[in-house]
Design a protein around this ligand. Structure first.
Ligand SMILES: Nc1ncnc2c1ncn2[C@@H]1O[C@H](COP(=O)(O)OP(=O)(O)O)[C@@H](O)[C@H]1O
Ligand SMILES: [Mg+2]
Length: 223
């Protein structure tokens, strides 16, 4: 079995003046392709730090990361940017849509950032917004959409280029439970029907039962 992503003995220290926070301590995780993995744990347990490192947005203080069996932790920033752009999508808690752009334009902007050729943009934008059930909201700007709809635009943007791996950091934290469950069910669907691999963080027990795998963090350690 080849993991899509594997971390080996990851540590991440944050040093500030004379204080060192051991945000991650010897973390070993393995993400299999075509699975929905949830990173669970209290606030401050290291979920975001681990996700940022796994998504090559941050580097570990020590330890190794393999993507498709290839070591990526020691690559240059440029190489890591390239791997991220070509293979990964991100959904963040604070949605971060561009407020002056429509839903359509926000997703299109994501494709531009991902380096997708312009000829494919229109199809991919329409397809991914349809996928999240927003085909009738193409011309809406973020303030004209509900919180759940905005989050779905952010998901459409993250999946539009069909990345192998999608990271979502507490995508449901600012939504009510019902809307949050809709988002997680959408992830479930993306994994089951579109063969994506999704890693999300949450501390909501009602979401966790929809996961294939749960990784629990406590004080920077997997428990
Ligand atoms: N940039 C940083 N500088 C210093 N400490 C940090 C930084 N980022 C995170 N931490 C610390 O690392 C620990 C884990 O944080 P984080 O990964 O954000 O937890 P979670 O996402 O589970 O709430 C926390 O104690 C936090 O204060
Ligand atoms: Mg966090």
């Amino acid at each position: 079995m080849t993991a899509l992503l594997e971390t080996v003995n990851i540590c991440r220290d944050f040093k500030q003046a004379n204080l060192t926070v051991h945000a991650l301590v010897d973390v070993n995780i393995s993400i299999e392709p075509g699975t929905l993995t949830m990173l669970a744990g209290r606030s401050g347990s290291g979920k975001t730090t681990l996700m940022n490192i796994a998504g090559a947005l941050d580097r570990p203080s020590s330890g190794t990361i393999f993507f498709h069996g290839k070591e990526i932790s020691s690559l240059s920033d440029n190489k890591r940017d390239e791997i991220r752009r070509n293979n990964m999508g991100f959904v963040f808690q604070s949605v971060a849509l561009i407020s002056v752009l429509t839903a359509y334009e926000n997703v299109e902007f994501g494709l531009r950032m991902a380096g997708i050729e312009p000829a494919r943009w229109d199809n991919l934008v329409r397809e991914s917004l349809k996928f999240v059930g927003l085909e009738k909201r193409l011309k809406h700007k973020p303030h004209q959409l509900s919180g759940g709809e905005q989050q779905r635009v952010a998901i459409a943007r993250a999946i539009a280029s069909r990345p192998k791996l999608v990271f979502a950091d507490e995508p449901t934290a600012e939504l009510d439970t019902k809307t949050g469950l809709k988002i997680v069910n959408l992830f479930r669907h993306l994994v089951d029907e579109e063969k994506m691999t999704i890693v999300m963080t949450t501390h909501d027990p009602s979401m966790i039962e929809l996961a294939d795998n749960v990784i629990r963090l406590e004080d920077g350690r997997v428990v």
